[in-house]
Design a binder for this molecule. Structure first.
Ligand code: CUV
Ligand code: SF4
Length: 644
């Protein structure tokens, strides 16, 4: 038996430590302990193992020991570049599917076939206008239908460029991609092409493969992030500032607890609605009501729009069940550990899967189609209510301290808050602060938590270091969970901010009727990484510069997901540096790491920094990472200030 890490090394969150201790005492295995039992493979972890065909598997040993090519002749650089492209394809296809599902839902809603209402009519018309849809003679539903059809074109058209790229990309970035011939035509075409070129006997040029990976980043960014955010805002409303609660303590012993987990808000929005409508049924069972809690990105979606409390990020998802008070965990897609089912079998929790292509053996399946959303959500909530009586009182134990967090900072909300200071030109206060140095730069703290990493440590350390140095920080995904739980989204966290930054946050907050803005701003789920991208695009346009000239960075200290790699690549394609704190499994090829990590001053002929103006920074230590990010911020600041 492998030696398990002590609780303090697993997470810096005492509630997660508490529940992990409980799990261990009850002999329940969770991801943190499975991570300790799994020996990391030296080949796979450096990207040098290839399983692309039946001549293999082949692997290239380091230092010239053993064969240096696979059976087909692929060398280590080709193999590593293909593994990277593989990850990016997987990541972007997840987000593209998300976008497509939302587009189909909007179409069904427009045609009166799905029981949702268009919540943000203004945004619908704004998006329609930007897509050059003539709306004069159309009803609202007809406009929605046209928008949905334009979105679906991004999965169908065979020539030209994607509508959402035209709609959202900064012109200079688009010019760069056009010159390189990597601008995407449609998401499905590009994903299929990426899979095809990656097969044995196809693309064998590592640089070309990496550029193919950049196209995957763009698919993620436009068919995934931007398209999903736009259509979700139209359907469910554009988020506005909300105050909510975080931590495992949001579970309520007296209520029926339902965790919604996954990514796509169609199901979770309906679950919230039906949990309100079925409150009486819960009371009949002896509970005082129904408590919906969020896990992972579905948690972020509900938090942003409905102020629903958030229980857990990715790595501790199984521990929500270990509390002994969770009646059901309802899941849709992505980041759902199969392990939840094994853990649920040790308690009374019912795991409910909802999509025909995401099932878990042993779990209950309730099929969810937007057109039958009410029936499915009602069935799911009733199942949870009926589980309440099956609780084992011996196994109940929940931590008891929740943390307040402000969230709901869509780009629209940030601009609205800023217009309190300067209605004519809302971005001016930010730009003045950037120029004066009160704000040194802007960072998006994004990505996940990973059971191999000390939970919340990397995310919070990088953030605190940046805040201390007056960097304005926005956040999404499970990284936002880390920041929220550790007071970085409420006013207590202002103590971590440098003086200049604090002054700006207070001024903007005051103008919006608050004591301050929170130290970091929660912009939503992973697909909502479109929001920081939008904010940066707006700032670049206002300054009349390219995105790659902004003192802006992304940081992803604790990720586990290939989706984070494809989102990161989307930002790098704009020339925004991205830090990753977990190995991206590329170290087996010096060529590939040179292309991705290399600097503009390097001799290496082609690299991302030279092509796009931004690079990937791999650094495990969060303090060093923050230092490296600040160096890049300062470099770009200097050039920018000279230009203005
Ligand atoms: Ni999409 S990708 S663990 S849920 S942020 Fe959370 Fe966010 Fe990473 Fe997954
Ligand atoms: Fe081996 Fe080449 Fe097949 Fe990969 S594609 S498994 S390197 S023969």
């Amino acid at each position: 038996m492998a030696k398990m890490r002590d609780l303090e090394s697993v997470s810096i969150d005492p509630q997660v430590q508490f529940l992990l201790d409980k799990a261990r005492n009850e002999n329940v295995l969770t991801a943190f302990d499975r991570a300790d039992m799994m020996n990391i493979c030296g080949f796979g972890s450096t990207g040098v193992c290839c399983r692309h065909c039946l001549e293999g598997p082949c692997r290239i040993a380091p230092n010239g020991k053993g064969p240096q090519t696979g059976v087909c002749g692929a060398d280590v650089h080709q193999i590593v570049a293909r593994s990277f492209l593989n990850h990016l394809t997987q990541g972007s296809s997840g987000h593209a599917e998300h976008g497509r599902e939302v587009a189909l839902t909007l179409l069904e809603v427009a045609e009166g076939k799905a029981p949702y209402q268009i919540k943000d009519v203004d945004k619908l018309y704004r998006v329609a206008h930007d897509l050059e849809i003539v709306t004069e003679d159309l009803s609202m539903n007809e406009v929605a239908k046209e928008v949905a059809l334009k979105a679906l074109e991004d999965f169908q058209k065979q020539t030209g460029i994607m509508n959402w790229v035209k709609l959202r990309a900064h012109e200079d970035s688009l010019n760069t991609w056009n010159k390189l011939g990597i601008t995407p035509v449609n998401a499905h075409l590009e994903i299929t092409k990426a899979v095809a070129r990656n097969a044995m006997g196809c693309d064998a040029d590592p640089t070309n493969l990496i550029l193919g990976g950049v196209t995957m980043g763009l698919i993620d960014g436009y068919a995934g992030l931007h398209l999903s955010t736009d259509l979700q805002d139209i359907l469910f409303g554009t988020p506005k500032a909300v105050k909510a609660k975080y931590s495992m303590a949001v579970l309520d012993e007296k209520k029926i607890n339902i965790a919604v987990h996954g990514h796509i808000p169609m199901l979770s929005e309906k679950s919230v609605e039906w949990s309100r409508r079925l409150e009486d049924e819960a009371i009949k069972q002896g509970a005082t009501g129904i408590n919906i809690v969020g896990v992972c990105c579905t948690g972020n979606e509900l938090l942003m729009r409905q102020g629903v409390s958030v229980a857990s990020s990715f790595s501790s998802q199984e521990l929500v069940i270990v509390s002994g008070v969770l009646e059901a965990m309802v899941v849709d897609i992505q980041c759902i550990m199969p392990g939840i089912q094994q853990v649920a079998e040790c308690y009374h929790t019912e795991i409910i899967t909802t999509l025909p292509y995401v099932k878990i053996a042993g779990a209950t399946h309730v099929n969810f189609e937007p057109s039958e959303a009410d029936e499915a959500a009602q069935e799911i909530v009733m199942k949870a209510i009926n589980r309440f009586s099956k609780r084992d009182p011996e196994k109940i134990s929940i931590p008891d301290q929740t943390v307040d967090a402000y969230a709901g900072f869509s780009t629209e909300q940030i601009v609205e808050a800023l217009s309190g200071l300067n209605g004519e030109d809302p971005l001016k206060p930010v730009i003045d602060a950037l120029v004066s140095g009160k704000i040194r730069g802007i960072a998006a703290l994004v990505g996940c938590t990973n059971p191999r990493e000390k939970q919340d440590y990397g995310n919070t350390v990088v953030t605190k270091e940046l805040l201390k140095n007056n960097v304005l920080v926005v956040s999404t995904g499970c990284a936002a969970h880390s920041l929220a739980k550790h007071n970085l989204m409420n006013f207590d966290g202002l103590e971590y901010c440098g003086e200049g930054l604090k002054e700006v946050l207070e001024a903007v907050g005051n103008a919006a009727g608050l004591p301050s803005l929170p130290p970091t701003m929660h912009m939503g789920s992973c697909v909502d990484n479109s929001r920081p991208a939008d904010l940066l695009t707006a700032i670049a346009n206002r300054l009349g510069v390219s995105m790659n000239e902004l003192p802006a960075v992304g940081s992803c200290p604790e990720t586990h997901s290939p989706k984070a790699l494809s989102i990161g690549t989307f930002f790098i394609a704009h020339g925004i540096d991205v830090h990753i704190g977990v190995s991206p499994q590329l170290s087996g090829s010096e060529f590939v790491t040179n292309v991705l990590y290399g600097d503009r001053t390097d001799e290496h002929e082609v690299n991302a920094d030279k092509l796009f103006g931004g690079k990937l920074i791999y650094e495990q230590d969060p303090y060093t990472a923050a230092k490296l990010l600040l160096e890049r911020i300062d470099m770009k600041r200097e050039t920018l200030l000279n230009k203005l």
